[in-house]
Design a protein around this ligand. Structure first.
Ligand SMILES: *[C@@H]1O[C@H](CO)[C@@H](O)[C@H](O)[C@H]1NC(C)=O
Ligand SMILES: *[C@@H]1O[C@H](CO)[C@@H](O)[C@H](O)[C@H]1NC(C)=O
Length: 423
């Protein structure tokens, strides 16, 4: 009797235990499902914010979807300060003379026989006038980022800091550079013609880019930066294609700014060039060479920072109010390459910069920036005075400047990363 009673009590305890165990399992899986669906919802909301209704959609051969979005519905107008902004359809001033859409200076016309660089998606259509082409963000693009918030953003301390106060900091960030730069004056823009390559990336979380930086403020908390060039970034785009990009920040990459049109800020007016779209063709070793021209300048009348791609495409502008220091002028200009080294323990990645070849190899082998210029306070393009160079580890990536009649001020830059001298 006593025994039966005992085992009944035990059985009762076991039942209660099983009950709570199942309850906890159910609640665990509910919580997991809830957090998965919460993340899905977060991603979906972000996609809805980023991807604006399209007037027309073009499928690019590289897998991109290009949405032609009405000018007035572009991401810039999500910015609270831009609610009542009247789009400026052309700059008031241009460093190469009063801006005229139909006039391209003869010296800048593409030479006979050289193929102009275009974007891959042009093969399958055009965006109608009054719209701008925007590379559609897909769910997998956002899911590749470490968080929804970090999608389209750079991590801190990515900007090359020549003569940094703390050299350890430079290596610590994993970002490596080979650049030329000027400082110590007031700058109102910069120009360069940049050789286009498709550097190999060792790991998807690394990238390789070639760009110009327009900088104001200090490298600490309040750096203002406008950046433009080409990049290969598997994390950001999901492939190894060379893509046109821009970036901006007004607080050293902390809370403001993003790549391309992935946040509100840049106002695009051009219907032919999509930020973040693949550039084609790219240069080949000892073979055809291709380059792109980028000009960024501050319109003396409105104060906005305008960007031109090639000779024909004025892409749009960053409104002056986005910035603090750059609302007045830039204090430093940099040109060159940047890669991320994610190898631990002082080892080096084999991610390439530029063509993956060192400057010594020269034209057709090493990558170059040519005709580098700055815009002065009279809105004129000028040769850079006192051009300096900087690289963290010249055995991995290097830079060499020069000047001649044809190319003005130029430099070769880049390298293979990991090699016997850069283990
Ligand atoms: C970065 O680290 C490398 C290898 O440890 C070293 O040779 C180089 O001088 C460092 N660069 C700076 C700027 O400290
Ligand atoms: C990108 O290139 C790397 C090697 O450089 C390769 O392993 C990877 O599969 C490529 N990714 C894509 C999406 O093609």
């Amino acid at each position: 009797m006593g025994d039966v009673h005992f085992s009944r009590e035990r059985a009762g305890k076991v039942v209660v235990l099983i009950f709570f165990w199942m309850l906890s399992l159910i609640s665990l899986s509910c919580a997991a499902r809830l957090s998965v669906s919460r993340q899905k919802l977060q991603v979906q909301n972000h996609l809805n914010r980023l991807n604006k209704p399209a007037v027309k959609t073009i499928q690019s051969p590289d897998g991109d979807i290009i949405d032609c979005v009405h000018l007035a519905r572009q991401p810039a107008f999500d910015h609270p300060f831009l609610k009542d902004h009247k789009i400026q359809m052309r700059p008031s001033y241009h460093p190469e003379g009063l801006f005229d859409e139909n006039k391209v200076s003869d010296t800048e016309k593409p030479k006979k026989g050289s193929n102009p660089i275009t974007q891959l998606w042009h093969m399958n259509g055009k965006c109608p006038e009054g719209t701008i082409p925007i590379r559609r963000t897909k769910e997998e693009d956002v899911l590749r980022a470490s968080s929804v918030k970090s999608y389209g953003r750079k991590k801190h301390r990515a900007t090359p800091q020549p003569r940094s106060a703390d050299p350890d900091l430079i290596n610590e960030s994993g970002h490596q550079h080979a650049i030329a730069y000027v400082e110590g004056d007031k700058y109102y823009g910069a120009k360069a013609t940049i050789n286009v390559w498709e550097p190999k990336i060792q790991q998807p979380n690394e990238f390789s880019l070639s760009q110009l930086w327009i900088l104001g403020g200090s490298f600490g908390e309040d750096l203002n930066s406008i950046e433009a060039g080409w990049q290969v970034s598997p994390d950001l785009y999901g492939d190894n294609n060379t893509r046109l990009f821009t970036y901006w920040t007004s607080d050293a990459y902390q809370a403001t700014g993003c790549y391309n049109l992935l946040c509100s800020g840049f106002i695009q007016i051009n219907s032919e060039i999509a930020m973040g779209a693949s550039i084609s063709p790219v240069s080949a070793y000892r073979n055809s060479q291709y380059d792109i021209s980028i000009l960024v300048w501050k319109d003396p009348k409105e104060g906005h920072w305008w960007m031109q791609f090639g000779n024909d495409y004025v892409l749009g502008y960053w409104p002056s109010f986005l910035f603090s220091y750059l609302a007045d002028s830039a204090s430093m200009i940099e040109w060159g390459g940047e890669v991320v080294n994610s190898e631990p323990d002082g080892r080096h990645t084999s991610t390439q910069m530029g063509s993956g070849r060192f400057p010594e190899e020269g034209f057709g082998k090493s990558s170059y920036f040519r005709n580098i210029q700055v815009v002065d306070d009279s809105n004129n393009l000028k040769a850079p005075k006192g051009l300096g160079t900087f690289t963290e580890q010249s055995n991995c990536y290097d830079v060499q400047t020069g000047s001649n009649g044809d190319w003005g001020h130029y430099f070769y830059y880049g390298g293979p990363g990991k090699n016997p001298n850069c283990p």
